[in-house]
Design a protein around this ligand. Structure first.
Ligand code: ADP
Ligand code: MG
Ligand code: ZN
Length: 481
């Protein structure tokens, strides 16, 4: 029996919250540093004490504009901060300052790679808002509140309901994370909550235009949880619809241990929040020339760069993805490439040796050798002054030090034997020792030549120039034939 055609089409829209990497909070001078002692980064403004007034952080606005432009949005000349009123212990003012009717930016898109090719997903809006604090449960039987995070600047990126699977949602999240980290506005850390999302999921009968009733999933703090939560939610809604039931619009929480979603609360509507413009903050004015200035600084975004690495530099899809997957790694690769032009060779070394010893912290990376060291090493290798095996040794010797490869080569007395006179006797001996393999080469099995090159390299302790050896072997085999 052929598989049953799918009856329902999943529809997913993500609301992503990304912390802007400012030093200070959105409306006060408190530090945004992560991991400090609870309630050490607070002041009357972010504690919501009566009479304290908010002052908007200009750097946060710049970063938000930068992100909005990278997402192809229109940045509005005037936008308005509004109070979103609700009661919760981690919200000392009793309202969150957000943007509602007039957000900073609207109507953009994000291109993602999907099975069928490239998909353009709409971005409904990008607005600025402040984060809430954090409730810490189970401290000696009590629940405590840490307000260090209260007032930290966020952008909310509201995606259109245009994703069709858990895999597409994950691809959207990854692509968005790469864009924001390349702009330097967000560090993409799901675990620490500086990049997080809520997923809205609904089903509709295949062919139907109207959207079905959605649920909103919370607590998706890893790519794996995001995918799994969406998958189990699709399965749950499918079962309800198949049984003739109706999906309730509600907010649900994902439990990764049991791999289920459960009701958190019935979905609140916008009117529940009693939004109104914040009387303490004037409308945010963004001059068109500052938007144009920001646009001119955008540069090449990760997806475009990845494509160019493949087409122009001839890198594999895998290498191009790795090298554009972290901004510090991209900068390093480009730095080495500006000194040593063989892109494939540079990519090979960066994605293996260098990456193996790299320590990544947020947007920064500590790399085990400098661009100057690596490029000098690759120059020596390309010029045939050291062999591939010696290059690995030299690399190991300069790793984590300030030594230059040329010094190490001199120090260790490394040389490459490339004179035919020196190599011929060794090649002849190796050929004589393996007559069967010689016949295989003569029979057209060119691959076996690699075996002989390997033998000669072994016999010379890795010092022979493999290109010379290979040519010499081929000639000797043909001569004696
Ligand atoms: P709200 O203001 O209630 O949060 P929005 O209309 O702003 O609702 O949409 C919020 C998010 O929900 C968006 O990311 C959007 O793509 C998504 N969404 C809205 N309707 C649906 C639906 N029927 N199915 C899936 N996602 C949806
Ligand atoms: Mg919303
Ligand atoms: Zn403060």
């Amino acid at each position: 029996m052929p598989p049953m055609p799918a009856r329902y089409e999943p529809v997913i829209g993500l609301e992503v919250h990304a912390q802007l990497l400012t030093r200070t909070k959105l409306f006060c001078g408190c530090s945004t540093g992560f991991g400090a002692a609870p309630n050490s980064h607070v002041c009357p403004t972010c504690l919501g004490l009566p009479g304290a007034l908010p002052v908007l952080n200009g750097r946060a606005v710049e970063m938000a504009i930068f992100a909005a432009l990278a997402l192809g949005c229109t940045v509005h000349e005037s936008s308005v901060f509004a109070r979103k009123n609700y009661f919760y212990p981690d919200l000392p003012k009793g309202y969150q300052i957000s943007q509602y009717e007039l957000p900073l930016a609207t109507d953009g898109h994000l291109e993602i790679d999907v099975d069928e090719g490239v998909k353009r997903v709409g971005i409904i809006r990008v607005h600025m808002e402040e984060d809430a604090g954090k409730n810490v449960h189970g401290v000696g039987g009590d629940s405590l509140v840490d307000l260090n995070r209260a007032g930290v600047p966020l952008i909310e990126i509201v995606g259109a309901p245009e994703l069709s699977s858990a895999a597409e949602a994950a691809a959207y999240m990854r692509t968005l994370r790469d864009v924001l980290s390349f702009l330097g506005v967000n560090d993409g850390n799901l675990e620490e909550g500086s990049f997080r999302c809520d997923a809205n999921v609904s089903l509709r009968p295949v062919g139907q235009a109207q959207l079905g009733t959605r649920t909103e999933l919370k607590n998706l703090n890893s790519f794996r949880f995001l995918s799994r939560a969406i998958e189990v939610e699709i399965a749950r809604q499918t079962a309800i619809l198949d049984a003739g039931g109706k999906v309730d619009q509600e907010t649900r929480s994902y439990d990764p241990d049991k791999n289920v979603t459960r009701t958190l609360r019935s979905k609140e509507d916008a009117h529940d929040y009693r939004y109104f413009p914040d009387p303490d903050l004037p409308p945010l004015r963004v001059a068109p020339h500052s938007v144009e200035q920001a646009r001119s600084r955008l540069g090449e975004l990760p997806r475009a760069r990845r494509g160019r690495y493949e087409t122009e530099l001839g890198l594999s899809a895998q290498a191009a993805a790795t090298l554009t997957g972290h901004p510090a790694l991209t900068r390093y690769f480009e730095d080495v490439l500006s000194r040593h032009a063989d892109a494939v060779r540079v990519a090979n070394w960066v994605t293996t040796e260098v990456l193996r010893g790299a320590a990544i912290h947020g947007l920064e990376a500590e790399l085990p050798v400098s661009a100057a060291q690596l490029s000098e090493l690759l120059d020596l290798l390309a010029a045939g002054k050291i062999s591939g095996k010696q290059a690995k040794d030299v690399y190991a010797a300069v790793e984590g030090t300030s030594k230059m490869p040329a010094e190490v080569v001199a120090e260790l007395g490394l040389t490459v034997v490339s004179s035919e006179a020196d190599l011929a006797p060794i090649c002849e001996r190796v050929l004589a020792e393996h007559p069967a393999q010689v016949e295989q080469v003569r029979g057209g099995k060119k691959g076996v030549l690699g075996f002989f090159v390997g033998q000669v390299m072994k016999a010379t302790g890795g010092k022979a120039d493999p290109r010379v050896v290979s040519q010499l072997l081929e000639r000797l085999i043909n001569q004696t034939g």
